[in-house]
Design a protein around this ligand. Structure first.
Ligand SMILES: Nc1ncnc2c1ncn2[C@@H]1O[C@H](COP(=O)(O)OP(=O)(O)O)[C@@H](O)[C@H]1O
Ligand SMILES: [Mg+2]
Length: 268
């Protein structure tokens, strides 16, 4: 995204006095297993909030509950004071979601994917093409607007998925592992896009297991292990409290997951 580009967002009357995202004892069970175990925190307006944790920690399950793809078993979550259990139709107008695996269609062109998403999210017909073109230009994909999604590189796919999530000018963006599987250049470009959205005042909730990325992007992070939050704070706070120089070292200290242990778990 070009540094100087500004999207014009239609603001919801909600002024963000309360937190934009509020979780209170949010819980999700699968059978007897607790995928998400009574987690509580707030995300304030304009914040980039990082949800960190190893594979299987419950990051995706949390995003799915916050975006209407999965029902909480217990507890409560609100987005802009609206309850995820009862007001999801309303909430969807104000949130954009970038799932880990793209929700776009392989056999549609970049342009048609965006137009389709615009239609789905209730963008008025007269504005759909203009909005799609604007996003394609910002994301530097305009020259490829007529190419099928399946012909895109991984980085281009991620960029278009991000563009699609912005088609209805959301207030809050949920990103599930936005840079996983991307090469250095594509990863950097997605991080720049996130920073630009941050500067425009969008509230961003992202999951990642890249701690350097979280350190770079996030105002605050929560560390999730086995469905439980072990720590929450700014990357700087967590480093200071643990007396470590990097978020990765702080993470290791907080979680008690030493590299040897991680290596064994990965090998399972
Ligand atoms: N649909 C499902 N059915 C059963 N178990 C699930 C389902 N989805 C996730 N889980 C389990 O919930 C836990 C958390 O998974 P997930 O939220 O995907 O973790 P993360 O995104 O942090 O890697 C894991 O133990 C996973 O196996
Ligand atoms: Mg996940």
């Amino acid at each position: 995204m070009a540094e100087n580009v500004l999207l014009v967002f239609n603001r919801n009357p909600y002024d963000g006095t309360d937190a934009m995202i509020q979780l209170s004892d949010l819980t999700r069970r699968y059978g007897n297993a607790l995928a998400v175990d009574h987690i509580s925190f707030d995300v304030t307006k304009g914040e980039v909030f990082g949800f960190l944790g190893p594979n299987g920690a419950g990051k995706t399950t949390t995003i799915r509950m916050l975006t209407g793809l999965s029902k909480p078993t217990e507890g409560k979550a609100c987005i802009m004071r609206l309850d995820v259990n009862s007001d999801m139709a309303q909430i969807k107008k104000y949130i954009g979601v970038v799932p880990e695996i793209s929700n776009l269609y392989d056999e549609l062109s970049a342009m048609d994917n965006l137009i389709f998403m615009a239609q789905l999210y209730g963008v008025p017909r007269s504005q759909r093409k203009k909005k799609a073109e604007e996003l394609l230009k910002i994301f530097r994909l305009y020259e490829r607007k007529d190419s099928l999604f399946r012909t895109f590189s991984r980085g281009m796919k991620r960029a278009l998925t991000l563009a699609a999530a912005l088609i209805h000018n959301p207030e809050i963006l949920f990103l599930d592992e936005p840079t996983v599987g991307l090469d250095v250049v594509a990863g950097r470009s997605v991080r720049n896009l996130i920073s630009n959205l941050h500067r425009q005042g969008i509230t961003i909730f992202l999951t990642t297991h890249y701690l350097e990325e979280a350190d770079l992007l996030c105002d605050r992070v929560a560390i999730l292990v086995k469905g439980k939050i072990l720590a929450i704070g700014s990357p700087r706070d967590l480093k200071e409290k643990t007396g470590k120089n990097s978020l990765e070292e702080a993470f290791m200290k907080i979680t008690g997951l030493e590299p040897e242990v991680l290596a064994i778990e990965k090998g399972k």
